[in-house]
Design a protein around this ligand. Structure first.
Ligand code: NIG
Ligand code: FE
Length: 400
């Protein structure tokens, strides 16, 4: 059965066929548009006046329609509460990553049901705000059993699951870092790889419990040998080795990129110079908001031609927002991205960071995942921050 979505005031397709390089910054915007959806996929897009017939029609009342947001970085299966840490940061405490240990303690003690309920609630919250694809990481278990059950539960929620056993070194391994790396790359990886698509590591020499360059390289190499794709938490607290390591190992994405040297930017740009796919720079401005840190320099990355993704990093410590509209607004206001650049990064950019070509755009053949705004244009995401503009969400061709 085919469905015609019509009377779309502004349709953002991310399809270069529809206006790449136009005033909308390559978003492929079609005014007064329509879409035909069939079997969960986009079958046609274009001006409403030339739309083909379909079995049923839905009038979107002049609203704006976008590809569903692709949130390529979250940590949404966990237990416990760290609101007090946030309050302390707002009155001057720095973020060091030290609070991760509190979430590890709570997560180990939580039942599967409690972890599942929290993860489901957060994914539902994301969907209501227009996110139709989400990546979820482990990393609050830091023992074999808790990492594996975190990923089993995450896999129930999304196919985009990431093994982050190397998030921090847990207290019981404080005197034996090498022993923890052996655990992560041995029995923990063996138990987790069947439930994961990706491996990740928190590479941050400035955080005492995170991993240095050699440890991170060892972890990523083991994950790649086990068939996992590679991503990196890098350059969050200092201009450390994370970005260049990510490029060296062919990571799909390096996330945070808050502190970058010229060599880091050159390495990211260089990763896209050859024939294959390079490393996306994923920016997480809700973390800078929530840790009261300087925002990443998005303009520097864009000027160098580096593809940029935007994601929430939704987690109980460094930033507990599940809202891609909030992230888009921060990117525009605080990182000087244009509304079009920010929307591209929150949709097509996230898809690139996950190496997915079936989401993040509305070209013919794409998954019919879309977000309908109670607004005439995508600019309203940043123009009306904090306002619940998401009127409808469609996933695989059905309204949810
Ligand atoms: O992406 N930086 C490391 N990990 C998470 C935060 C984890 C936490 O504080 O609980 C992040 O920011
Ligand atoms: Fe993270």
């Amino acid at each position: 059965m085919s469905v015609l979505l019509t009377n779309i005031g502004e349709l953002v397709t991310n399809d270069p066929e529809h206006g790449a390089g136009s005033g909308s910054g390559g978003l492929g915007v079609v005014p007064d548009a329509a879409i035909v959806v069939e079997a969960g996929r986009i079958a046609w897009t274009g001006p409403a006046s030339s739309a083909p017939a379909a079995d049923t029609a839905v009038d979107l009342g002049g609203r704006c329609a976008l590809p569903g947001f692709v949130d390529s970085h979250s940590h949404t299966v966990f237990a416990g509460d760290r609101a007090a840490e946030f309050a302390a940061r707002m009155t001057g405490e720095p973020y060091t990553g030290g609070g991760i240990a509190n979430t590890v303690t709570a997560t180990r003690a939580a039942s599967d049901e409690a972890l599942r309920a929290r993860g489901q609630a957060l994914v539902r919250e994301m969907l209501a705000q227009g996110t139709t694809t989400v990546e979820i990481k482990s990393g609050y278990g830091q023992d074999v059993a808790t990492e594996a059950r975190t990923l089993r539960i995450a896999r129930e929620l999304t196919p985009e699951t990431t093994f982050l056993g190397a998030h921090t070194v847990p207290a019981e391994y404080a005197g034996d870092r090498a022993g923890y790396v052996d655990l992560v790359t041995g029995p923990m990886l063996a138990a987790c790889a069947p439930h994961a698509r990706w491996i990740d590591v928190f590479c941050e020499p400035a955080a005492p419990t995170a991993f240095d360059e050699d440890e991170a390289r060892t972890v990523l190499a083991a994950g790649a040998r086990a068939g996992l794709g590679v991503r990196v938490h890098g350059n969050q607290l200092s201009a450390g080795p994370g970005v260049r390591l990510a490029v060296e190992v062919g990571a799909a994405s390096v996330d945070h990129c808050t502190h970058l040297s010229d060599a880091d930017v050159d390495a990211l740009a260089g990763s896209w110079a050859g024939a294959g796919l390079g490393t996306v720079a994923t920016l997480l401005p809700a973390v800078e908001f929530s840790t009261r840190s300087p925002y990443p320099d998005a303009r520097r990355l864009l000027a160098a031609g580096v593809p940029v993704a935007l994601a929430t990093d939704c987690n109980p410590g460094s930033g507990y927002s599940s809202s891609m509209p909030f992230v888009v607004a921060l990117a525009v206001r605080e990182m000087r991205m244009s509304p079009a650049e920010a929307l591209w990064s929150a949709t097509a950019g996230g898809a690139a960071a996950l190496r997915r070509d079936d989401v993040g755009h509305l070209r013919v053949g794409a998954r019919a995942d879309l977000t309908v705004l109670d607004a005439p244009s995508h600019t309203y995401l940043a123009y009306r921050p904090g306002v619940p503009l998401v009127a409808q969400v469609w996933k695989d061709g059905a309204r949810v």
